[in-house]
Design a protein around this ligand. Structure first.
Ligand code: ADP
Ligand code: MG
Length: 246
């Protein structure tokens, strides 16, 4: 579904991504892991079209990334960025409904609000619909934003979700909820899910493939259950083997 070949991303003299190649298939959950500053968010921005790689090639469904318009992309992929802050007095429902605006670029109709409500039910934030987004806790806001990107791709199949640390503010129950949603989309709607995580136990247990990034380079890539192990984790994160909890 998504293929990248030899991606490089540089800012000035600094190389942030160095010859990264990968393939993400439909129906799979693909983890991007690595220490702070390894280039995970930058890689996700390149793969989702938010940044243009300095060199290298990306194809989406066999076509060059550049051949998709923003409207085309909005019907295929949704992105949950690492931090989203909304400083306007929108309610949680209005924020979730913004996912629908990605298509038309104009105001939402009632059907869009119905979809937003259904998405909010999935991420367990229905009871917060009238609350201002800025008054919600970090985990509640994260679940509203998750509802927003689910609303964006509602009724679609064969899409791709990009989630940058989506569980960072979630309690244990809602971490499982999020992976349940992702797994259902992958198996029933043929979605691919690309997710940046810091919880390696969760990554090993809940994702299919994992790419371990080290200072912009691929350190390891393969089946999550294999590549997330004591050897790779202790080396990549520069910790003792006894400190690795998997
Ligand atoms: P990660 O998500 O793995 O923590 P990032 O992809 O956000 O890492 O960043 C990778 C490296 O690139 C970091 O050292 C970061 O400081 C640097 N970087 C990212 N964006 C920029 C930018 N716009 N200007 C300068 N340096 C940047
Ligand atoms: Mg990041």
């Amino acid at each position: 579904m998504l293929k990248a070949e030899n991606l490089n991303f540089s800012i000035g003299e600094k190389t942030i991504l160095d010859r990264v190649s990968l393939e993400i298939k439909q129906g799979e959950i693909f983890a991007i892991l690595g220490p702070n500053g390894a280039g995970k968010s930058t890689l996700m921005k390149c793969l989702s079209g938010y940044e243009k790689p300095t060199r290298g090639n990306i194809t989406l469904m066999g076509q060059a990334f550049a051949s998709f318009s923003l409207t085309d992309l909005a019907a295929i992929r949704a992105v949950l960025t690492q931090s989203v802050s909304i400083n306007f007095p929108f309610t949680a429902l209005e924020v979730a409904a913004m996912g629908r605006g990605q298509f038309s670029g104009v105001g939402q109709d009632m059907r869009d609000y119905d979809i937003a409500r259904e998405a909010m039910q999935l991420t367990e934030v229905s009871h917060l619909e009238e609350r201002l987004i800025s008054t919600l806790s970090g985990g509640e806001q994260q679940r509203v934003h998750m509802a927003r990107i689910l609303a964006q791709l509602w009724d679609q199949t064969d899409c791709i979700l990009f989630l940058d640390e989506p569980t960072s503010a979630l309690d244990l129950k809602h971490q499982f909820m999020l992976f349940d949603i992702c797994r259902t989309l992958a198996s029933q709607k043929n979605f691919a899910v690309v997710v940046i995580l810091h919880d390696l136990q969760l990554a090993k247990r809940m994702t299919d493939q994992a790419l371990l990034l080290d200072a912009g380079k691929i350190f390891a890539v393969g089946a999550s259950a294999d590549v997330i192990n004591i050897d790779t984790v202790s080396t990549l994160y520069d910790i003792n083997r006894s400190q690795v909890m998997l």
